[in-house]
Design a protein around this ligand. Structure first.
Ligand code: ADE
Ligand code: ZN
Length: 335
């Protein structure tokens, strides 16, 4: 098997997927029709043609508009179920899914509709597809600390249905430290902590995520390579980076996939993982990300296995489930 074939075939975990970013144009149109909404795009093709991004903000504007078709619990369930079918096809055996409740509650959608719809899809994925799945609630960093606290409060009645919190949306100008107190409260609640940092923002934002928010993973983190002391710290602590190669390409973080830092991150001994971020918008799910990265950077068989192992090492699963996932990988490598 070539490294590319191996990458597609082996079991893996996805740890950086915004469920609203898995909403394909076809489903956006179907949900708009079901909910009696009209869209400012004439067709699926016209909408897809608008997916030409110059930076993170140009994407976020379209991403939030797309999410506006989600109104009812069933919409959230159907969106997540469509993602799980794609994940299964790519041999994803575990996934930790981001959701952006503020995008929905600001439109009057009840928190319960969002969380129950997503959570029932996770239960179904476990039962019908053998995929373990958890939810991570993300705060939108362009909104206020006060709004984040109110969102946490509204979500707490559903506490057993999500395992952690994250921080996403427009990065530059909204440093992690803006949310230090919210994350401190989440830590007291035994929530797992992650944050987007170093996607477009500087290495200083990654330091803030680590030191002020006390995150257990960094989402993206590709700009860490600009700061050798930070790279040394990330390597020393085995701090996972949930890297999203096709996202970085589509949002112009890198000019070409051949310039992507993934190989340098691995060679520096960092716990880097491959993820799809917003697959409906960036041109591919997990295996597309794996395969295109392996080919562009000529990753070796060992690199591919390391990436899959890192995804399980970085997962928020029990020790027992982690051992099970690692064993599945070992079995796939020898067979
Ligand atoms: N929300 C969805 N995708 C995102 C990304 N790549 N960065 C920040 N916020 C996001
Ligand atoms: Zn992301």
């Amino acid at each position: 098997m070539t490294p590319t074939q191996l990458a597609a075939a082996i079991p893996k975990a996805e740890l950086h997927i915004h469920i609203e970013g898995s909403l394909e144009p076809e489903l956006i149109f179907a949900l708009a029709q079901r909910n009696g909404l009209s869209l400012p795009y004439a067709s699926v093709e016209v909408l897809r043609a608008a997916y030409a991004f110059t930076d993170l903000q140009s994407f976020l504007d379209i991403y939030y508009a797309g999410a506006s078709v989600l109104l009812h619990e069933a919409d959230f369930h159907d969106m997540a179920w469509a993602y799980f079918l794609r994940a299964k096809a790519d041999n994803v055996v575990h996934t930790e899914i981001f959701f952006d409740p503020q995008t929905h509650t600001a439109r009057g959608v009840p928190m319960a509709a969002v969380i129950n719809g997503l959570s029932s899809a996770c239960d179904r994925a476990r039962a019908e597809l053998g995929i373990s799945a958890s939810l991570i609630l993300c705060f939108l960093r362009h909104l206020s600390e006060e709004d984040a606290f109110a969102t946490l409060e509204a979500a707490l009645p559903h506490r057993p249905r999500f395992i952690g919190v994250g921080l996403d949306s427009s990065e530059v100008g909204h440093p992690p430290s803006k949310f230090s107190r919210v994350f401190a409260r989440c830590r007291e609640l035994d929530l797992r902590l992650v944050a987007h940092a170093g996607e477009e923002g500087p290495p200083a934002y990654i330091w803030e995520a680590l030191n002020d928010l006390k995150t257990e993973r960094i989402d993206h983190g590709v700009r860490s390579l600009e700061d050798p002391a930070l790279v040394a710290e990330l390597a020393r602590t085995r701090m996972p980076l949930t890297v999203c190669p096709l996202s970085n390409l589509k949002l112009c973080v890198v000019r070409d996939l051949k310039d992507h830092p993934m190989k340098r991150l691995l060679d520096a001994g960092l716990c880097a993982t491959v993820n799809s971020d917003d697959p409906a918008y960036f041109g591919g799910y997990m295996n597309a990300n794996f395969v295109q990265t392996v080919e562009a950077l000529r990753l070796s068989r060992d690199d591919v296995i390391t990436l899959a192992r890192n995804s399980f090492e970085a997962s928020f699963v029990s020790d027992e489930r982690r051992a099970e996932l690692m064993a599945k990988l070992d079995q796939a490598i020898v067979s």
